[in-house]
Design a protein around this ligand. Sequence first.
Ligand SMILES: Cc1cc2nc3c(=O)[nH]c(=O)nc-3n(C[C@H](O)[C@H](O)[C@H](O)COP(=O)(O)O)c2cc1C
Length: 322
Amino acid sequence: MVTTLDHTAAVAAAVRAPSLHNSQPWRFRARDDGAIEVRFDPARRLPASDPTGWGAHLAIGAAVFNLRLAFAVQGVTPQMLLTPAGADQNLLAVVQPGPPHAATPVERRLWEAVGRRHSNRDPFFPDPVPAEARAQLVSAAREEGAWLELLIGDGPLAALSEIARTANEVLMRDEAYRAEISAWTRNGAASDGVPIEAGGPRPEPQDLLPARPYSSEPRSTWQDFKGHPLVAVLGTVGDTVGDQLVAGQALQRVLLTATDSDLSVSMVSQPIELPSAREQLRLALGRFGPPQMVLRIGYGVSGGPTPRRPIDDVMDQLIDDA
Ligand SMILES: Cc1cc2nc3c(=O)[nH]c(=O)nc-3n(C[C@H](O)[C@H](O)[C@H](O)COP(=O)(O)O)c2cc1C
């Protein structure tokens, strides 16, 4: 059973995960027992935007979710070990092949969404997100041990808007933070970073939620953000590295569930990055556990997937199982 696993396909799916500024902070190692080890790559740290490693842990958790799907559709139960004890601090997860497993219809649908999912930073159509799709997003987070709070009504959205915009203002005062955004904005061929054409319209002061200045193009009138069909906050019970890896897996499950329903999503993390804003948001939501990500969800004009580094660049050792 073990020898039939296609590790290349699994890692190719893993790297489709989202990451802050598309920094892709991961490395993979395929073991001859069929397991795949996932490590944080310190060379891809974002010292100004992600000093604690929270963002990298979310990205790695999302990559682990894709690995789990790859194992499941290849007929094995994915067994997972998060933050295994050992000397290697960068080893964050191991996905091991368990007993034979027939992929469920949900696993197949989510797997099919992996290559189609991408951030959409453009304004969405005003069409509401149907109740059934909302319920599916909430259960996607729950299935992974996280929570997803849908902000209903103007009050909660206004509170989030205030917290997020203030957080963005504070963060953007830091020159190193701004420099990191510029350094990861790509105008031309690149295998990482955010291509300006995927960066969405240039942020403007009236925007309800703060966008990143990936693009400096003035926006046309149709691109004004008049509102958002659905805004949600993803969170966990605690905030250990393990919790953040859980958050990443839940994030990916929510994103793939949205993709499967033809919904577009973009992420807003400034209110999470600034500890005081994150705490304010937690209190505003009346939650015990910390928020881990803010999501804008709706129907939009789909762009395309963004680039990733070649598999060989992220594999420490590729064991050919043939
Ligand atoms: C931890 C984390 C934080 C992110 N924060 C933001 C954000 O604040 N604004 C934004 O536009 N995208 C944000 N993103 C999305 C990434 O920029 C995006 O995933 C990456 O550029 C790859 O593009 P893709 O999602 O289209 O595959 C975040 C992603 C992660 C994992």
